[in-house]
Design a protein around this ligand. Structure first.
Ligand code: C5P
Length: 218
């Protein structure tokens, strides 16, 4: 079976990658997997089970039992869930337990969009379209702060900025699949862009990648 057109969208928290992935999926009629939700679910379920987040074996067991229906839980969208996610995401065994689910999603015959930290580097290194979406920590913190405030979560901007910096350092500094731009990914810096501009730029990058991919298939 010929693999479909896979779009890998990586980047740090609140860079715009999630919105970009959703829009690309809608426009191209491709299913979208927000892989951050997998790690968020493992973090939240681990905490609920009263298991230590540093216990690699126990967190990996939670990951292995994960039911995709659990990804709908609104509790996964909170600020605390992002922090729990990044703490369990450092464990190689957790990442290994989530690998097959992500690869199976990417192998859908019609193609797929996946967003995360290691899609272009580890999960789908052969993806024909790869984007690395970023923005300054200050701008990302402002976006995240507005989003959390809109959800009714009262939080200070400085605390959100500190969260973002801590998460960037942990995600980029870990040994297992650290957050990094794949050598063949196109960098999209959204610092000075509205979400519309960022989505337009992403669409152009993906259209060019799609044309190359179709040519390469003859
Ligand atoms: O993207 P989101 O902010 O929801 O991701 C939450 C956390 O999950 C990240 O900070 C990161 O530690 C982890 N993650 C990861 N690999 C992915 C997606 C998310 O390590 N592919």
């Amino acid at each position: 079976m010929t693999a479909g057109f896979v779009i890998a969208v990586d980047g740090p928290a609140a860079s715009g990658k999630g919105t970009i992935a959703q829009r690309l999926g809608r426009e191209l009629g491709l299913p979208v997997l927000d892989t951050g939700l997998l790690y968020r679910a493992v973090g939240v379920l681990t905490e609920r089970a009263g298991v230590g987040l540093d216990d690699e074996g126990a967190t990996a067991a939670v990951a292995a039992r994960l039911d995709p229906a659990e990804l709908e839980d609104p509790a996964l969208r909170t600020r605390g869930a992002g922090e729990l996610a990044s703490r369990v995401a450092v464990h190689p065994a957790v990442r290994a337990a989530l690998l097959d689910f992500q690869r199976a999603f990417a192998a859908r015959p019609g193609g797929a969009v996946l967003d995360g930290r290691d899609i272009g580097t580890v999960i789908c290194p052969d993806a024909p379209a790869k984007l690395y979406v970023t923005a300054t920590p200050e701008v990302r913190a402002e976006r995240r702060w507005k989003q959390l405030s809109g959800q009714g979560e009262a939080v200070a901007y400085d605390d959100v900025l500190a969260d973002i910096r801590r998460r960037d350092a942990r995600d980029g500094g870990r040994d297992a699949a650290p957050m990094t731009q794949a050598p063949d990914a196109t960098l999209l810096d959204t610092t000075e862009m509205t979400i519309e501009q960022a989505a337009d730029a992403a669409r152009r990058i993906v259209e060019a990648a799609r044309a190359r991919w179709e040519r390469s298939r003859g």
